[in-house]
Design a protein around this ligand. Structure first.
Ligand code: PRT
Ligand code: ZN
Length: 287
């Protein structure tokens, strides 16, 4: 029987494209470089890539034309497709925000009562307004949302904000966050067992990379008398490795620390007598 292949839909050309390819390449998957047509096959893993507009990805995955997809949560929620969200991917972070002209006095959600809001995210915005019991008119437009208040089309907008410079240059300011978004991996709801197994393999690799990215490998030297105190500061994956140094009475300690605890731990280690501290990136982490 022919081996099944997992079909993954990624954005053809845009903000998500390079990061999506990088995610797969970081998992050791070899994707031919000149492959930006409609389809591409990996050389060493049973996946096939479909390059599509991000807006089409939810429906393709729902209908099983693709098994998996990578896209922004903003598009996923707007399209309301029946798919599984497998995991957040940590890139393409942005906010879907409400914005008003910069000089406008804004004191809270009541501001929007009876107002007109231009957006391409009509479904997400309509849910948000409903949830907050606000009666506002949604004006659906397909692009250049940020110019709407300036030309008298609406009093405010609801759009994606990343650095905020687009809002700034159009005389607007963000006043409410409607959604915090990032890229997510989605899957069809009825994967065959064989495809699910390929997905599990892929997830194992993605998680090993994600875990590695939030951890650092740390090496340090310490007098033997300080080892207990220092070990207490270094939880490690199980417990720190302690190796004797050639110089009598000294040891080398090896462990793993989380990136977000890093600076705090370093200060404590120095105070406890650690010397020659080295911190290295972790390539992959399997726990
Ligand atoms: O052609 P296709 O339909 O596939 O692409 P697209 O044009 O719809 O999407 P694309 O490539 O612009 O964005 C893909 C996804 O990236 C979005 O769906 C979001 O999930 C995410 N993302 C992250 C962003 C931004 N950051 C972003 N800044 N999407 C859009 N923007 C826009 C924003 O609307 C603003 O107009 O970029 C402009 C600049 O933002 P500032 O705040 O940095 O000035
Ligand atoms: Zn799009």
């Amino acid at each position: 029987m022919k081996q099944q292949v997992l079909k993954i839909a990624i954005q053809k050309s845009g903000r998500l494209t390079e990061k999506s390819l990088q995610l797969l390449r970081n998992c050791g998957i070899d994707i031919p470089a000149e492959s930006r047509k409609l389809k591409a096959s990996a050389n060493n893993f049973p996946i096939e890539l479909y390059f599509l507009r991000d807006d089409d990805i939810p429906e393709y995955v729902q209908d099983g034309i693709a098994d998996l997809g990578i896209l922004g949560e903003n598009v996923l929620l707007e399209k309301k497709a029946a798919v599984e969200t497998v995991m957040p991917l940590g890139f393409a972070k942005c906010k879907l925000s409400l914005a008003v002209p910069r000089n406008e006095q804004y004191e809270g959600l009541d501001y929007w009562e009876g107002k007109k809001i231009a957006t391409t995210y009509t479904n997400i915005l309509s849910n948000f307004l409903k949830k907050n019991k606000i009666n506002a008119e949604i004006h659906s437009i397909s692009g250049s949302v940020e110019i709407a208040p300036g030309i008298g089309l609406a009093q405010g907008i609801c759009d994606i904000v990343s650095t905020g410079s687009t809002l700034l240059s159009n005389g607007l300011k963000a006043v409410e966050v409607v959604l915090n978004s990032q890229a997510v991996l989605i899957s069809n709801q009825n994967l065959t067992n064989e495809k699910q197994q390929i997905l599990d393999k892929l997830l194992f690799r993605i998680r090993a990379k994600q875990k590695a990215a939030t951890n650092k490998y740390i090496l340090l030297n310490a007098p033997d008398s300080k080892i207990d105190e220092i070990c207490a500061l270094l939880p490690g994956m199980k417990s720190p490795s302690v190796l004797p140094l050639r110089e009598k009475g000294w040891s080398s300690l090896h462990s793993v620390v989380q990136e977000n605890q890093f600076w705090e731990v370093i200060d404590q280690l120095k105070q406890a007598g650690a010397e020659g501290i080295l911190v290295l990136p972790v390539e992959k982490m399997i726990v």
